[in-house]
Design a binder for this molecule. Structure first.
Ligand code: ADP
Ligand code: MG
Length: 322
């Protein structure tokens, strides 16, 4: 007998709930959850459309993983503890093998972060995944875009530009094992969830880098009404990313590509100069690379300097849909 949408929801999108703040998960018109006194509820949503946010050939496991991570990255950027999630999935047909793989990975990522799937929507159409993630934080410990001050140091976690290389590798069918980590970074970005929460002790200003550093740092600068000076020589590149530019781009780093293509899902944050040693200690504790890439300035301009102190014009402006 052919399955209808309710059979699919029951079989693939009903997971055991291990959180006592969930009063009612899927199965009714709404989910019901409780938020403790003194806590804030943080809500974010992101859609991943096949062929736009991931190449059409991407595995169902990687699609599940990435659609959760891009949302967790937003929660991380505000210092939130992930709690609940809803999933709206649109798919062209019922492909049980695909659904089993997608559901298995979804369940595994959610249990890693102790997140409950509390509802969603299931519809027919071109493949598209919309996740809404909800998180909690203490009301006096948040990270926002509008709190950068002149003299603050600017940091990024991890490295930038790997997913951009990964996308070229996939699109151009480049066969080179050394570049595989870039493809992994494209398909399986790791949101900096624990670090974001810990960061609230030392910083109040962060954003996640999803559209490229220039665009996303630009959001901090606009919201905080400030500018910044960035040193390109301090921008962290993974060894596979550096290898790509060395061997496939005449040893020239394409800064437009590193800083504007996006899909990095690292955190960019600021901290006052006296907190720098604590930031590095925190990074060490979380086994995470953190790099100081520049400083917030009084002006309203974002200036990028090369190793000789010359201004470099980054022409592209970040990933835009329209
Ligand atoms: P309604 O018509 O009342 O909006 P639906 O028929 O869309 O409800 O969904 C029935 C129940 O199944 C709801 O509780 C909804 O939250 C849940 N649900 C639907 N799709 C999903 C999904 N993809 N993942 C998790 N829960 C889902
Ligand atoms: Mg519905």
């Amino acid at each position: 007998m052919s399955k209808n949408e309710f059979d699919i929801i029951e079989k693939y999108f009903t997971f055991p709930v291990n959180r006592n703040d969930v009063v009612l998960a899927g199965g009714d018109d709404c989910a019901m959850v409780t938020v403790a006194e003194g806590e804030l509820l943080l809500v974010t949503t992101d859609t991943l459309v096949s062929g736009i946010h991931f190449p059409e050939k991407t595995s169902p496991q990687d699609i599940a993983y990435k659609s959760v991570m891009v949302n967790l990255s937003d929660l991380a950027a505000m210092g939130a503890r992930p709690a609940w999630l809803t999933l709206a999935i649109t798919m062209p047909d019922i492909d049980e093998q695909w659904l089993a793989s997608f559901s298995g990975e979804l369940s595994s990522v959610l249990s890693q972060f102790n997140i409950a799937l509390i509802g969603g929507d299931t519809t027919k159409g071109p493949l598209s995944i919309t996740i809404q993630a909800m998180g909690l934080c203490d009301s006096d410990k948040t990270l926002r875009r509008d709190t950068a001050r002149p003299g603050d140091k600017i940091f990024v976690t991890g490295s930038l530009g790997a997913a951009a290389v990964g996308l070229l590798v996939v699109q151009n069918g480049i066969e080179d094992k050394v570049l595989q980590p870039c493809v992994d970074d494209l398909n399986r970005p790791r949101a900096r969830v624990e670090f974001g929460q810990a960061l609230t002790e030392y910083s109040s200003c962060a954003i996640d880098v999803s559209d490229g550093l220039i665009a996303d740092l630009g959001h901090i600068l606009k919201a905080s009404d400030r500018g910044a000076i960035i040193k390109l020589s301090e921008i962290p590149l993974s060894s596979a990313t550096a290898y790509y530019y060395k061997h496939y781009n005449d040893q020239l780093i394409d800064w437009d590509m590193v800083l504007t293509r996006g899909d990095d899902y690292e955190l960019c944050f600021t901290a006052s100069a006296d907190r720098v040693p604590e930031i590095y200690k925190l990074a060490e504790k979380h086994k995470l690379e953190v790099s100081c890439i520049g400083e917030i300035s009084e002006s309203n301009e974002l200036v990028c300097l090369d190793g000789d102190g010359n201004t470099v014009d980054i022409s592209a402006t970040g990933f835009r849909h329209f």
